[in-house]
Design a protein around this ligand. Structure first.
Ligand code: ZN
Length: 200
């Protein structure tokens, strides 16, 4: 009988890691070996922080932002209820919050539409977004998706579905170099991109 070099524990670990985005079998194997040869404390620390974060962080059913202690930005009564900013993910939301230029509501799509990656509307939080737009009658909807082809395509697609419910739909200005991502842009540029937003 052939000797099995990897035990079933390592195989299970490699298999679990390879389910993460952008991690193929090769990277998963490399990460597993890295963990095994380093101190057990490192592995424990990673495992504990994953479990704790997953247990304590919830996703808001309205805007898909992270919720800590049952409180979400969208519940804050001091924020403008009539303006909605649409972002790809929570990191983009944080960048916009840090720019202090926006005090309205957000909707986190949890991704972008992508023909090349096979991501369709049913994979993102788009139906819930359209329902939210129908119900809230926002005065302005601002797209802050990345200035990439997927970001533009996503904004166009949603705009077409939302335009009968909102008169003013805009896109943050692409003063930023093409290919920039919202969460990498410095705050001054992001503030300017908001102020210079153009009608779609
Ligand atoms: Zn929320």
């Amino acid at each position: 009988m052939k000797h099995k070099i990897l035990g079933k524990e390592i195989e299970r670990l490699i298999n679990a890691l390879s389910k993460l985005p952008s991690i193929g079998n090769k990277t998963a194997s490399r990460l597993s070996l890295f963990l095994m040869k380093n101190s057990p404390e490192l592995t424990m620390e990673i495992a504990r922080s994953m479990v704790e974060a997953r247990k304590n962080v919830k996703i808001c059913q309205i805007c898909n932002n992270f919720i800590f202690n049952e409180v979400c930005l969208c519940m804050d009564s001091t924020r403008d209820k009539k303006t909605l900013c649409i972002v790809e993910n929570v990191f983009d939301l944080i960048s916009i919050e840090n720019s202090n230029e926006f005090n309205g509501q957000y909707h986190v799509l949890q991704g972008l539409l992508s023909v090349s990656q096979g991501v369709g509307p049913e994979d993102l939080k788009i139906d819930s977004l359209i329902n939210r737009i129908k119900k809230n009658m926002f005065e302005e909807i601002i797209f802050a998706t990345d200035p990439t082809s997927d970001g533009e395509f996503t904004a166009q697609y949603i705009k077409e579905r939302a335009s009968e419910y909102c008169k003013k739909i805009s896109r943050i200005a692409i003063g930023m170099p093409i290919g920039s991502e919202v969460d990498y842009i410095d705050q001054n540029t992001l503030t300017k991109a908001f102020l210079d937003r153009r009608k779609m």
